[in-house]
Write a protein that binds this ligand. Structure first.
Ligand code: SF4
Ligand code: SF4
Length: 397
């Protein structure tokens, strides 16, 4: 979105307030500035010089999940997510802490391998009670799930998985969560793709897709990530680039507006493989789950394929009465832990009401967030269930 489109969007808002009902943050506080309409009105006032920059304005605009619910409900069709991204980049220019955020987030998201290299020996040295103390502290603050661990052996070399009768070649864009927290998701999808005869390539030159920087309004960092990923993926000679994370998919697809270049044929994994997965008849067992499907915000209205796959591989598929955002929003859950946890509690209540014995979703961020509250039944990424269904025994975990 450019300046003209941004200002036009602010003018297009007729202040009807229809978007308020679907906003999880507004539903948590009931305060008008926390609603999408309130944010639009504040940004209009700021852009037209009626109010000045303040810490409070910054916090209000950044206190949004970027879940997209308001965009989906806005009658005049304003893309509020793009408005908020633009506004964040603008407000960051005024914030004194932006330089600090730049350094910190650059280290956290662009040098994760370095951090993990440092963490691994420390983690071995920490005696178990001390390690447990810190894990419990973060867990009690609602920042991490109880049984999370860091993958100490991320993908450092080019990996190619060969099928028996190759029909094509795809690249996996791992994303930070799958790479560093959920390598079992990667194992599962590589196994599924080779079972339907795709060669899979994983490149260690992949960097963060840029989404966390975009949410923090750090546009120069996003451009840096986009350029590096573009250079990496354009040379892999593949039919498609697939990701397990809908936020990564959205960000990768947005590269043309960020750098004027696009990575061709970016898909969510199941968007690419679902027909072949069902047609090739590779399912060996129906899994004994009454599974409840949590639809990720960045996949709303795009997940009929996931439901079709799930109906084929689990004994019963159910949905919550009301679809609710899990409250993750990447950096949102770190910067606003209390609101994030309240939203998570609402979503978990809806999922528990279904009496399911497993939760399944299609986003590693949702798996991470839901696992903070849901400990007594498993929370799966859909590819884990697909992996179990095509194997007679065992799981990728
Ligand atoms: S629904 Fe759209 S037009 Fe109505 S208040 Fe919300 S943003 Fe403005
Ligand atoms: S993106 Fe989500 S959290 Fe942000 S204003 Fe819209 S509905 Fe509310």
């Amino acid at each position: 979105m450019n300046k003209d489109q941004y200002e036009k969007s602010l003018l297009t808002c007729v202040r009807c307030g229809i978007c308020k009902a679907s906003c999880p943050v507004f539903n948590n506080s009931n305060l008008e500035p926390d609603s999408p309409r309130g944010r639009m009105r504040l940004l209009w006032a700021f852009t037209n010089g009626h109010i000045k920059y303040s810490e409070r304005l910054y916090k209000t605009i950044f206190g949004c999940l970027l879940c997209g619910e308001c965009t989906r409900s806005c009658n005049p069709g304003i893309d509020l997510n793009e408005v908020f991204y633009y506004a964040r980049a603008e407000l960051s220019k005024y914030n004194k802490k932006t330089d600090l955020y730049n350094i910190f987030s650059n280290f956290a998201f662009n040098h994760t391998d370095l951090l993990i290299n440092a963490y691994t020996p420390i983690s071995v040295l920490l005696i178990n009670p001390i390690k447990k103390f810190f894990i419990n502290k973060f867990y009690n603050k609602g920042l991490i799930p109880k049984n999370i661990d860091i993958n100490s052996k991320p993908f450092r070399n080019v990996k190619i998985f060969h099928p028996k009768n190759k029909i094509g070649r795809v690249a996996l864009f791992l994303g930070c969560s799958s790479k560093h927290l959920y390598p079992q998701h990667v194992t599962a999808i590589c196994s599924i793709l080779t079972a339907i005869n795709y060669e899979v390539v994983i490149s260690p030159a992949e960097v963060c897709c840029g989404a966390p920087f975009r949410t923090l309004g750090l546009d120069s960092q996003v451009v840096h990530c986009a350029k590096q990923n573009y250079e990496t993926f354009k040379n892999l000679n593949v039919d498609a680039v697939l990701s397990l994370c809908p936020t990564c998919v959205d960000t990768l697809k947005n590269y043309p507006t960020l750098i004027g270049e696009s990575i061709e044929d970016v898909y969510d994994v199941n968007e690419f493989i679902f027909e072949r997965f069902l047609r090739d008849d590779i399912v060996k067992q129906i899994l004994p789950f009454k599974a409840v499907y949590h639809e990720p915000c960045h996949m709303v209205n795009k997940t009929s394929r996931n439901r079709k796959i799930l109906k084929r591989i689990v004994s019963e598929l159910v949905e919550p009465e009301k679809r609710k955002c899990c409250g993750f929003g990447g950096t949102f859950s770190i910067l606003n832990p209390q609101i994030s946890n309240n939203i998570l509690t609402d979503a978990s209540v809806e999922l528990y009401k279904t009496d399911a014995n497993a939760v399944v979703t299609a986003c590693p961020g949702c798996v991470f967030q839901l696992s903070k509250k849901i400990n007594d039944i498993p929370v799966y990424h859909i590819v884990e269930l697909m992996y179990m269904a095509i194997n007679h025994e065992g799981s990728a975990r």
